[in-house]
Design a binder for this molecule. Structure first.
Ligand SMILES: Nc1ncnc2c1ncn2[C@@H]1O[C@H](COP(=O)(O)OP(=O)(O)O)[C@@H](O)[C@H]1O
Ligand SMILES: [Mg+2]
Length: 326
């Protein structure tokens, strides 16, 4: 198990990996914890480990990278694991990278014809060279808009902008985290999430609804995500059966179109009966009470079994890939 990591989601990863560890033990596995420090060093029991390409990772059978955000969920660690030639849980290099990048992901999903909010990408250089042009390009989105760093998570660096004069400041906040930002038209209505597991034939969980303590005027910011009581998961989501089905269908299509494997949590906005795809997380928060695990629990797959299935899927994918000729 890999936990911690260099990103601002380090603490979230540590909570996830502590739960995953317990769940794996309950499923009969013998997890070994490797911590990736803020400094990027991989340590086992506090001692830096040596890695040799082609020779696996410290003798383990399978790696569970319980890492969120940049340097963990974005294909970088997955690339290293490929070089080590060790089976690992979750998405491969390309799917991890695509799903981490909100602009790339949206472009790919738009290409597949999946419904999303209207959006624009903005590069830091553009804002410096032509701020008026950038602001003009954003006008069509109306207000409010959500301004986000393209490659981050846990709502870090995201600003909800209600007035045009706040736009520049919000973009600058996003650029503190990433050279690329995405500005999105605001969706109204419910936020619903759906978990997916599998490789070639993925299955979707019962969708669940995020009910915020702050009510309808709030949004799912860092505080709502990580303050106890900040949100409640309502399963099943309060949507008609055909909307529920559409959510599951789009969740699976997004999973397949982005080339995911293992697991994902696919997030939506539901405006009346309109289902809008928001994002796909290849390594969602993973404590036993996380949305990802709770949705499968509600769908009849308990935590330890879920982890065990993910381990099997990792072996399956590695074996299938090993059969290919390069
Ligand atoms: N276009 C949007 N319309 C309405 N709310 C949004 C929009 N984009 C983001 N939000 C709010 O911000 C939260 C975080 O945005 P999201 O894109 O999911 O980023 P993260 O990867 O940090 O979770 C969402 O869960 C939602 O509450
Ligand atoms: Mg999100």
């Amino acid at each position: 198990m890999l936990g911690g990591g260099r990103s601002s989601e380090r603490e979230v990863s540590l909570a996830s990996s502590a739960s995953v560890r317990e769940g794996l033990i309950a499923a009969g596995h013998e997890p070994i914890a490797i911590d990736i420090g803020r400094d990027g060093v991989w340590r086992r029991d506090g001692v830096p480990i040596a890695l040799t390409p082609g020779q696996g990772l410290d003798g383990v059978d399978v790696v569970f990278p319980v890492l969120h955000g940049p340097f963990g969920e974005d294909g970088t660690v997955q690339g290293l694991l490929e070089c080590l030639d060790v089976p690992y849980v979750g998405a491969g290099v390309l799917a991890s990278a695509v799903c981490m990048d909100k602009v790339m992901f949206k472009e790919l999903m738009a290409h597949a014809g999946l419904p999303q909010v209207d959006y624009r990408a903005v590069r830091a250089e553009e804002l410096v060279s032509d701020p008026t042009g950038v602001l003009a390009r954003l006008e069509g989105l109306g207000l409010p808009v959500f301004v986000k760093p393209a490659r981050l998570g846990s709502s870090v660096g995201i600003v909800r902008v209600r007035a045009a004069e706040e736009l520049l400041g919000a973009l600058q906040t996003a650029f503190e985290h990433d050279g690329l930002a995405i500005v999105e038209a605001a969706a109204r209505g419910l936020e619903v999430e759906c978990s997916v597991i599998g490789n070639g034939e993925p299955i979707a969980s019962e969708p669940g609804e995020i009910v915020l303590a702050a009510g309808e005027t709030g949004w799912y910011d860092y505080e709502a995500k990580y303050t106890p009581g900040g949100m409640q998961l309502q399963v099943p989501a309060r949507v008609p059966p055909w909307v529920r089905e559409r959510i599951q269908e789009i969740a699976i299509e997004a999973f397949q179109r982005s080339g995911c494997s293992g697991l994902a949590r696919v997030d939506f906005f539901i405006e009346g009966e309109r289902v809008l795809l928001n994002e796909l997380n290849t390594m969602p928060g993973f404590t036993a009470t996380s949305v990802f695990a709770s949705l499968f629990e509600a769908s009849g797959v308990p935590y330890a079994e879920l982890l065990d299935r993910l381990v099997q899927l990792a072996f399956e994918r590695h074996t299938a890939a090993a059969r290919h000729r390069h």
